[in-house]
Design a protein around this ligand. Structure first.
Ligand SMILES: CC(C)(COP(=O)(O)OP(=O)(O)OC[C@H]1O[C@@H](n2cnc3c(N)ncnc32)[C@H](O)[C@@H]1OP(=O)(O)O)[C@@H](O)C(=O)NCCC(=O)NCCS
Length: 250
């Protein structure tokens, strides 16, 4: 089955092809009107290194993870590996100028996904306690602040019945503002609708200043807001809110 899909973005035109290999839709989104052509396509195992690198390069509100955690491997293992290794069929890549310029990782949720993520995080925790990561003072300080924030309940939890799925999206600094983030989200939302997933949630903050308007434009609704103090040492004088957004298929 093939067909054109009008993306909400001003620059995009998506061409969808039913794919035997993926068993689901396989969009090839040619992004028109750009200085350099961009493509949105399903994630491939060969993208793993580039996606993990980009995740680390953008982890601190779009800047590198080293700001708060010196060990990239620890970050990858705890926050990215589940998506690329256990649910690669729900990941998308934006390719521009022959490089991975952006990615979206997703999970349809459910019990299998919860256990899968728990396994991956436990494996990372084991590596941590056996000294396989180099956290240094900065990393330990961050983990301590994260633990404190969890104790203070600074992050809202999504209701997984209406919003079982979730996603993460990031675009490399040099390619922001091209429409890639919007197109990645459009591909993911189409796939989730095709899979009859009722809703998707995501976590962001008030300090992700490009992401907030993007999610709202794509139809995500603000579900909860909570002030967080995690980032105070890195963002002195800035009040940051954790924000939980949800998108419903119908
Ligand atoms: C957020 C992010 C994924 C958006 O991707 P992008 O490709 O730059 O965004 P797009 O070009 O598709 O823009 C789509 C919409 O996002 C919003 N947006 C994008 N850049 C923006 C900016 N600098 N300031 C405010 N809004 C912005 C606009 O609403 C825009 O719609 P418009 O083009 O009609 O104005 C990307 O900027 C990014 O990776 N930022 C750093 C990391 C991050 O915050 N990730 C999200 C973690 S929750």
């Amino acid at each position: 089955m093939t067909g054109f899909h009008n993306c909400p973005g001003r620059r995009g035109l998506a061409f969808y092809v039913k794919s035997a290999s993926h068993g689901t839709i396989e969009p090839m989104t040619a992004i028109v009107g750009l200085a350099v052509p961009g493509i949105i396509r399903p994630y491939r195992p060969a993208d793993r290194e580039a996606v993990h690198r980009l995740a680390a390069d953008t982890a601190f509100f779009g800047a590198p993870v080293e700001t708060f955690l010196p060990d990239r491997q620890a970050f990858s293992d705890a926050f990215v590996a589940y998506y690329t290794d256990c649910e690669p069929q729900h990941a998308w890549v934006a390719e521009a100028e022959g490089v991975v310029a952006g990615y979206l990782t997703g999970s349809v949720g459910g019990r299998g996904a919860t256990w899968g993520r728990l396994r991956v995080i436990l494996a990372a925790a084991c590596r941590f306690v056996t000294g396989r990561y180099r956290f240094g003072q900065r990393g330990s300080f961050f983990v301590g602040r994260l633990a404190l924030a969890a104790l203070r309940g600074e992050s809202a939890h999504a209701d997984l019945r209406p919003y079982p799925a979730h996603l993460h999206v990031n675009v490399a600094e040099a390619y922001r503002g091209w429409g890639l983030g919007r197109q990645l989200l459009a591909a993911c939302l189409s796939q989730m609708a095709e899979l009859r997933v009722p809703g998707i949630h995501l976590h962001t903050t008030s300090f992700n200043r490009a992401a907030v308007p993007l999610y709202e434009k794509m139809g995500f609704r603000l579900l909860a807001v909570q002030r967080t103090r995690v980032w105070e040492p890195w963002l002195p004088g800035v009040e940051v809110e954790n924000r939980l957004y949800g998108w419903r298929a119908t």
